[in-house]
Design a binder for this molecule. Sequence first.
Ligand code: DX5
Ligand code: ZN
Length: 217
Amino acid sequence: PLKCKIGPSILNADLSQLYVESQRLLDNGADYLHLDVMDGHFVPNLSIGHPVVKCLRNKIRTAFFETHMMVSEPGKWVEPMAEAGVNQYTFHIEPVKDVIPLCRKVREAGMQVGLALKPGTGIEAVRQYIDHADMILIMTVEPGFGGQKFMGEMMPKVQWLRHNYPGLDIEVDGGVGLNTITACAEAGANMIVSGTAIINANDQKAVIASLRETVES
Ligand code: DX5
Ligand code: ZN
């Protein structure tokens, strides 16, 4: 299996200290940061946008930033996010009419392309776009909030992708922690987003290390 990377989601961190919290996650072993962007329209919640990401980038120069764009018009934020220093722009395909031109736009802006699927979106919806993407994100909760229950029934989507695309980066997001990461890794996911399981832990470093050990043993 591919080596797994652990990307903590900062959504449920103390956002008044976004930089401190983010740096701590990186110091504690995070491989990258998963930054959840919500517009109150595609999902029933608001979070952060490109001005905040840019401030974070000014303080954290080298870490890999992925933005998970839970927004109705992902085409609008490509340039602002690239300017803010985002490395990977992961957008949901559900609200997008022309996915391929948007993939091109993201790459032309200098970012990697992630394509995200809500739980209700079947794998057939993304097949035709996989060659234009660097990563596919299979949501394992309904996007919008941290701390929800992991949906194991999404694993066949991960399995299908891994079977057909052995070298593809496949990410899971939602309810992933020590009890659920094994299912994800066995299905073939190699990028693991984990929010509350890490953020709420007393010992973040130990939890990140255990997550890694669990999938590497
Ligand atoms: C949910 C977000 C997730 C969330 C994960 O809409 O996309 O990234 O913060 O949090 P947990 O791991 O607590 O489900
Ligand atoms: Zn997310």
